[in-house]
Write a protein that binds this ligand. Structure first.
Ligand SMILES: [Zn+2]
Length: 95
């Protein structure tokens, strides 16, 4: 298996990326698609053709996109936006 980034959220050169591991064991990245009016955040597959910068937490990614990174729902209240995660997911993840 080749070296790859740890699964999680990253700052990229042009937005926020999520790194995952495929069933075959290869890492791939998805870019968060700005979707201010949509209820759910969109992810666009980019594979390994991406330059990742520093890692970020799910809460940081949530604050930036205004969407919960755990379930993908839009963060509608000021409290959720500040936390970067919805209330139910915040309890579950317990960060
Ligand atoms: Zn959530």
């Amino acid at each position: 298996m080749g070296e790859g980034p740890t699964p999680g959220f990253y700052w990229g050169d042009d937005g926020i990326y999520k790194v995952r591991i495929s069933k075959a064991g290869h890492w791939y990245a998805m870019r968060a698609v700005p979707n201010p009016n949509g209820h759910r955040v969109g992810w666009h597959y980019v594979g390994q053709r991406v330059h990742l910068n520093e890692p970020m937490t799910a809460a940081e990614a949530g604050r930036f996109t205004c969407h919960c990174m755990v379930c993908g729902s839009r963060l509608d209240t000021p409290e959720s936006r500040e936390r970067g995660m919805g209330p139910i997911c915040a309890k579950r993840v317990n960060t």
